[in-house]
Design a protein around this ligand. Structure first.
Ligand code: PRP
Length: 179
């Protein structure tokens, strides 16, 4: 897999340090709020794992599967809920956990849905933010790293469902997805 990576943007150590820092910040901000960490499958899996082990306050973990990419490298703008929550979010504080925010379509849809269902608050923690990709306005409150407009994989992020298990974040060589 390493041969398919043009450049490593963030090493495992940098990512793990950042996840621990963000977790400590969330710990302070959500001290008495018993928040729900809501991971959006599948990209958020490594990040939610790293976050939760550094948050020493009562939290619950839930998942939704929301799809926007459909296997390519660009967003279609169509956001589909593939797996919904099976618990109520009414009066609950929700922290949505994302691997990356790109166009903003996914979060716009999920945040609106959670608010409509009566969540007390909804914030976003994302490991990566790609502001140049934004099509709809969306500012995550907690951001690990801001990245340029390149196609990145690893730490949960895929190309055609592969590379999610890379323990670092890297830019995929163009020839891999131009094939
Ligand atoms: C990716 C990523 C975010 C979303 C960001 O998910 O995990 O959820 O796209 O893109 P946006 O800001 O342009 O909406 P994807 O739908 O590819 O599913 P995955 O997590 O299973 O890879």
């Amino acid at each position: 897999m390493r041969n398919d990576i043009k450049e490593i943007l963030f090493t495992t150590e940098q990512i793990e340090d950042k996840a621990a820092q963000l977790a400590k910040q969330l710990e302070v901000d959500y001290q008495d709020k018993k928040p729900i960490l809501l991971g959006l499958l599948k990209g958020s899996i490594p990040f939610i794992g790293d976050l939760m082990k550094h948050m020493n306050i009562p939290i619950q973990i839930e998942f939704m599967d929301v799809s926007s990419y459909h296997g390519g490298t660009t967003s279609s703008g169509q956001v589909k809920i593939l797996k919904d929550l099976d618990i109520s979010v009414e009066n609950r504080h929700i922290i949505i956990v994302e691997d990356i925010v790109d166009t903003g379509f996914t979060l716009t849809k999920v945040i609106a849905l959670l608010k409509h269902r009566g969540a007390a608050s909804v914030e976003v923690v994302t490991m990566l933010d790609k502001p140049e990709g934004r099509i709809v306005e969306m500012e995550p409150k907690y951001i690990g790293f801001t990245i340029p407009k390149a196609f990145v994989v690893g730490y949960g992020l895929d190309y055609d469902e592969y590379y999610r298990n890379l323990p670092y974040v890297g830019i995929l060589k163009e020839e891999v997805y131009m094939k």
